[in-house]
Design a protein around this ligand. Structure first.
Ligand SMILES: [Zn+2]
Length: 72
């Protein structure tokens, strides 16, 4: 499973709060091809949820997030 990670001061840390593992699979959330459903299926659902939660209320969520299981 692929975790999405922070950029910036926390670069490389999974955004879901999981510990980074030496043999883990990671992608920078900001640059990840999240529009791609095949890619998303490989991603940690908690990371996807955190990522979507990070959108401001007045910010349009991406189409793929509308109605998705991992979005509150
Ligand atoms: Zn994760």
């Amino acid at each position: 499973m692929k975790h999405l990670t922070h950029t910036g001061s926390l670069a490389g840390q999974p955004i879901c709060g999981a510990d980074r593992q030496p043999d883990g699979d990671y992608a920078h959330a900001a640059y990840a091809p999240l529009k791609n459903a095949v890619f998303r299926e490989k991603c940690c659902p908690e990371c996807l949820r955190v990522w979507i939660d990070s959108y401001d209320e007045d910010e349009a969520k991406p189409d793929w997030a509308i109605g998705a299981d991992y979005v509150r």
